[in-house]
Design a protein around this ligand. Structure first.
Ligand code: ATP
Length: 225
């Protein structure tokens, strides 16, 4: 049977409260059957510093999602031979399950830069995209959505469905491809701040699940970030 599948790409170094809260709320609002968290294979030079191995990032994601029945982890982008492009990942997932409806999830900071992504027009037209507002990034307070999606060609702007204000998509909307702007969750947390907090010996509080905090400590991740 055709399912609605969320595909949430990112570095997840580490996965944090922002990622998890967004994933849970989107599963609910879009009535997703599953949401896959997909850690990216990012070459270390991209961030200008050491990035945790795919193994650690997958392990932390598995711990973070263990108690959430609809959240899954997919190694699809870190398997040998995988290509680094999001559009290829979605193509592969769609080939495996041709009837499924895929919703790619990204934060407002990623959306701001999406026109630099490989084959981004195909990504945004073939699959639905859900953009999560992020404190301090475009779209958070703008009254109209043009401030957020105005950088896209007009034919892509026509796909925008502004759900900010906590609105939910309708069943009819979800039957075709759209770019949904959402603000169900606004959590001002980033993996960068978490890595910094660990390096400075500060407590992580509830910014990551306790199992992830224990994992970070056990494997001494980020202590020299
Ligand atoms: P870093 O600080 O290392 O850049 P990050 O916190 O942005 O990491 P990523 O793994 O890069 O985390 O994020 C994966 C995706 O989740 C991206 O599309 C990003 O925009 C989005 N995202 C991360 N944190 C938030 C947040 N607090 N609110 C909304 N979107 C978020």
């Amino acid at each position: 049977m055709a399912e609605r599948i969320g595909v949430y790409g990112g570095t997840f170094d580490p996965p944090h409260l922002g990622h998890l809260a967004i994933a849970e709320r989107l599963v609910d609002a879009f009535a997703l059957d599953r949401l896959l968290m997909v850690p990216a294979a990012i070459p270390p030079h991209k961030r200008g510093q050491t990035i945790s191995s795919p193994f650690h990032r997958l392990a932390m994601l598995a711990l973070a999602t263990a108690e959430s029945p609809r959240l899954y982890v997919s190694p699809i982008e870190v398997e040998p031979g995988a290509t680094p492009y999001t559009v290829d990942t979605l193509r592969r997932l769609q080939q495996d399950q041709p009837d499924d409806c895929l919703f790619f999830v990204m934060g407002a900071d990623s959306f701001r830069d999406v026109s630099c992504w490989h084959q981004y027009e195909e990504l945004l037209t073939r699959y639905s995209t859900i953009v999560a507002m992020r404190p301090g990034f475009p779209g958070e307070e703008a009254a109209s959505w043009q401030g957020l999606a105005g950088h896209l060609p007009v034919r892509l702007q026509e796909l925008v469905v502004d759900l900010r204000g906590g609105r939910r998509p309708t069943i009819a909307q979800m039957e075709s491809q759209h770019i949904y702007l959402t603000d169900y969750v606004t959590v001002d947390v980033s993996a960068t701040n978490i890595r910094l907090a660990v390096a400075q010996g500060r407590s992580l509080g509830d910014l990551v699940p306790p199992s992830v905090a224990s994992y970070i400590e056990k494997y001494q991740l980020y202590s020299h970030a």
